[in-house]
Design a protein around this ligand. Structure first.
Ligand code: C2E
Ligand code: CA
Ligand code: CA
Ligand code: CA
Length: 292
């Protein structure tokens, strides 16, 4: 009735205003966080499936808020984008990741690690983005081929021609480009063909746990799993036909790993190989024990 409706409205606006207050707080705190050194990058191993070698890491951002504790990137990156703060924050991320990449290169000699950095659409579209990448490479001394920029399909929301030209400019610097979260957004297979990228990352939503033996009579779940596997196989074969490398994320168990190796997927990342960790905790050069 009307009363319930009224109460619902009151409750709803209170919730909305709490959310807006939190947003406003996060935004003003974000402004100070960079200067106060509250951000950190963690690095998650990426493995070459053919050999089991550790070939790279993905840099993942963390914010330690002085009162709220660790805040997940999903909770503050949208705020950083709306406020434009993603531009200086993104420049810091690139500097920091390249500096660490150059350190690993000095330590590891012939077995350097590639470093993958997530780039938000707003950051990618900023007028000076190519300059920011160039300066991060120059000041760190990281060879450009060891830097991978992970972009999502959301960068293409604007002008496809302009985006293609920007990617081509970045390719001329010598960096690698990866299309992240593939298949989850406003996907167009045409992007794979027309964007001058090097790699596709299959999002973890296509990789549900496979280890539990499927003895259940839950036919819906069995069919969903079969469809997910078909998606992964289709993405891998399409990417290979277009001479792109494929990396699967969210690999958590041995059955998923076996499936990906059978599929011919090139690389993998996930808790099976290791969670995101501080730079000092990234495993050493030797091929780790997870593959025969
Ligand atoms: P993403 O790029 O898809 O990154 C993969 C996410 O999956 C990470 O979450 C990672 O910790 C998590 N993950 C890794 N292995 C597994 C696994 O085996 N199972 C499961 N369930 N999850 C796994 P995280 O670190 O919370 O980052 C979330 C998202 O925030 C990222 O998704 C990315 O879109 C964004 N992000 C993170 N760091 C940055 C950054 O430096 N810049 C920008 N623009 N975005 C970032
Ligand atoms: Ca990513
Ligand atoms: Ca993802
Ligand atoms: Ca992503």
């Amino acid at each position: 009735g009307k009363v319930a409706g009224k109460h619902t409205v009151v409750f709803f606006s209170a919730a909305v205003s709490a959310t807006m207050q939190r947003q406003a707080r996060l935004e003003s705190d974000l402004r100070r966080a960079l200067a106060r050194g509250e951000f950190r990058l963690l690095y998650q191993p990426q493995v070459e499936l053919r050999t089991g070698a550790l070939t790279g890491v993905e840099a993942l951002l963390r914010w330690q808020h002085p009162e709220l504790g660790w805040i997940a990137p999903q909770d503050f990156i949208p705020v950083a984008e709306e406020s434009g703060l993603i531009v200086p924050l993104g420049a810091w991320i690139l500097q920091e990741a390249c500096r660490q990449g150059a350190r690993w290169r000095a330590q590891r000699g012939v077995h350097p690690l590639r470093v993958a950095v997530n780039v938000s659409a707003l950051q990618f579209g900023h007028a000076d983005f190519v300059g920011v990448v160039l300066r991060a490479l120059q000041t760190s001394g990281l060879p450009p081929e060891l830097l991978t920029l992970e972009i999502t399909e959301s960068v293409v929301i604007g002008d496809l021609g302009a985006v293609t030209e920007r990617i081509a400019e970045l390719k001329r610097l010598g960096v690698r480009l990866s299309l992240d979260d593939f298949g989850t957004g406003y996907s167009s297979l045409a992007y794979l063909r027309h964007l001058p990228i090097d790699e596709v990352k299959i999002d973890k939503v296509f990789l549900p746990p496979l280890s539990a033996p499927d003895t259940s009579h839950d036919t819906t779940r069995a069919r969903d799993a079969a469809e997910d596997r078909a998606m992964v196989q289709a993405i891998v074969s399409l990417a290979h036909a277009l001479e792109l490398e494929v990396v699967a994320e969210g690999v958590e168990d041995a059955a998923q790993l076996a499936f990906l190796r059978d599929t011919g997927c090139d690389g993998a990342q996930g808790y099976l190989f290791g969670p995101p960790v501080a730079a000092a905790a990234v495993p050493a050069t030797r091929p780790p024990p997870w593959l025969p």
